[in-house]
Design a protein. Structure first.
Length: 270
């Protein structure tokens, strides 16, 4: 039997979590990430209309939707088939693949967009190197993550309520938070990963995006429908789920910021 290394085990755990989360993601977190995807596209140094663009970590298609609205021709890639299959008939082409080994020839795309996926791969620099490889020379590579030094207050508050009901972070999510976040959650490290990948002229900026999180119920649905919490919430009996949601909303009754902060990387293939 072939031995499975830690990176492969991590990828398998992430895939399993996202395979079971497509519908919940589309009905909750996707509405938050849609605004952030649009903000990332706004950093492009050249118009994307008419361009063939790789949407890396496409999920349920929020970045692909934004690309289509901008007149681009996106091709989605995701590790989880269920994410790409969500509303399949209305989606652009999609391929199930690993960001660390993209199944495309060199210089296939006019641009790459990686919205909040590099913080979910074991080696972000290798993923960015793959982005560089499949992008035509001179074309942009855009990517986004969350900064380590700031988070929306709904995150720790809702997680504290979850923990009172018995929740513990899955191993794969702890790995991301404890180790991989350091590789992409700081501007200097994020730019450094782009340099290590062979990308030219990397620039990282902090971007604040209004995504409507001042509504406590919206903020709770965002957090409870994430792949790292959804399985636990779904496993509770119906009454416990109702109490969990009610307690989380009550815990967020004070004024919440409507916006989130993200790191946006802009670079180009040399």
């Amino acid at each position: 039997m072939r031995e499975v290394g830690p990176d492969q085990r991590l990828a398998d755990e992430v895939r399993a979590a996202y395979e079971g989360s497509a519908e919940a993601w589309a009905n909750g977190p996707a509405s938050i990430y849609r605004g952030m995807a649009a903000a990332l596209l706004a950093t492009t140094p050249r118009p994307l209309a008419g361009r063939l663009v790789l949407d890396l970590g496409a999920g349920t298609g929020v970045a692909s939707d934004a690309l289509t609205e901008a007149g681009a021709h996106p091709v989605g890639v995701d590790l989880a088939h269920a994410m790409l299959a969500h509303r399949r008939a209305r989606r652009p082409p999609g391929v199930v693949a690993d960001a660390l080994a993209l199944p495309f020839a060199e210089a296939t795309f006019d641009a790459v967009v990686a919205a909040f996926c590099l913080n979910h791969v074991p080696d972000p620099a290798t993923a960015l190197a793959e982005c560089r490889r499949v992008t035509r020379p001179g074309s942009p590579v855009l990517a986004s993550t969350f900064p380590n030094d700031v988070e929306h207050p709904a995150k720790p508050v809702v997680e504290a309520v979850l923990e009172r009901f018995g929740y513990r972070r899955p191993d794969w999510y702890r790995t991301f938070k404890d180790h991989i976040a350091a590789l992409t959650g700081e501007a200097e490290a994020f730019a450094g990963a782009a340099v290590a990948a062979g990308l030219a002229d990397p620039r990282v900026e902090r971007v604040e995006v209004d995504v409507g999180l001042d509504d406590p119920e919206r903020a709770v649905e965002w957090r409870l429908n994430m792949p790292h919490t959804l399985g636990f919430v779904a496993g509770l009996e119906a009454g416990a789920r109702r109490r969990l949601r009610a307690e989380a909303v009550a815990a967020l009754s004070s004024r919440l910021p409507s916006s989130v902060v993200m790191l946006a990387l802009r670079a180009r293939a040399p």
